[in-house]
Design a protein around this ligand. Sequence first.
Ligand code: ADP
Ligand code: MG
Length: 239
Amino acid sequence: MQHSVSIRDLSLNFGNVKVLEHLNLDIAQGEFIVLLGPSGCGKSTLLNCIAGLLDVSDGQIFISGKNVTWLEPKDRGIGMVFQSYALYPQMSVERNLSFGLRVAGMPKDEIERRVARAAEILQIQPLLNRKPANLSGGQRQRVAIGRALVRDVDVFLFDEPLSNLDAKLRSDLRVEIKRLHQRLKNTMIYVTHDQIEALTLADRIAIMKNGVIQQLADPHTIYNKPVNLYVAGFIGSPS
Ligand code: ADP
Ligand code: MG
């Protein structure tokens, strides 16, 4: 079977510091994978390697069977949503959604179709003419998800997309991200340090510690059969 994303023996050093070490991970088409671990364990670094925002020190990354290790981010077939919204402040929501497509030279009617679809899926149609400054945090994060959505990619990367939101919004958007995945059936790689997010969203959870995956399994297994004390302490039921 061809995997949606395959990470082969990936290492990344910042100077002498080994942040990721000989990491391997195979993700099936349509799978929702959560990378879970404490701050500093290398989650963002791994995601940024997959996105092409960081050069790997060693190893390979395959997306849909293609070796993308040295491809530009825009050529990898991924869409990324960050913790901070990173919207263009001077542009309307509609422009924020369409900007990348315009730059890529996509025909106008196709851009309109994609923006309308993303706006409908995320229920942000009433916001299209507003500027980011006039949106709530939750609305901004929907727009940020919309910007990944219009690119019509197979793989979505999320880096703690909800961590700047208050508890109520976080649980609302969590439900929406789950619904989005059920509708689009694309591959999701979702970074968080929040156990509840991981348990509710993931098909499989990868628990990370110091740049190494300690356990990769479905939420039920991680919770009930943690492989070691670290995993048990982080998420598992005390046994
Ligand atoms: P996480 O996302 O799990 O919180 P990161 O991937 O951001 O962790 O960081 C992993 C480790 O790499 C941390 O020890 C961090 O200090 C270090 N690190 C991250 N980015 C850099 C960088 N640009 N230069 C040097 N060290 C970095
Ligand atoms: Mg991080």
